[in-house]
Write a protein that binds this ligand. Structure first.
Ligand code: CO
Length: 131
């Protein structure tokens, strides 16, 4: 289990990319997860550490759109790499942890992902990513 990326909600993908370039983060991949109504830019860390995942909504009535309206730009989630998302979900479920996704689903870049409810981690939204 290691930190895979940090998700950051932004209003403007390009402006956010320029901001993080000042700290050496470089665009690695871009795309859209249509089912979640979000445009994504993955930024590689200068020293090879956890990536930054910039998330811009495609409209106001989307998960990230509602997040921005309520809380503004900023930290959105922490994502941890696990070898098997389904197994990790089963372990959390049996420990009584509240999940958002009951089963893994396709996320950005073709990875299987699942989200754990923020109530389980003191208000921090946690994503599991299968590599
Ligand atoms: Co993520």
């Amino acid at each position: 289990m290691r930190l895979h990326h940090v998700g950051i909600a932004v209003a403007d993908l390009e402006a956010a990319q320029d901001r993080w370039a000042r700290l050496g983060y470089r665009p690695k991949a871009r795309g859209e997860v249509a089912t979640q109504g979000v445009r994504v830019a993955m930024l590689a860390a200068p020293g090879g550490g956890p990536q930054l995942e910039l998330l811009a909504p495609t409209g106001p009535d989307t998960p990230v759109g509602r997040f921005l309206a309520k809380r503004g730009e900023g930290l959105h989630h922490l994502a941890f790499a696990v070898p098997d998302v389904a197994k990790a979900l089963a372990e959390l479920r049996s420990a009584g942890v509240q999940l958002i996704d009951e089963a893994p689903r396709p996320g950005f870049g073709g990875h299987l992902v699942a989200f754990v409810h923020p109530s389980a981690f003191g208000g921090v939204l946690v994503e599991l990513v299968q590599e």
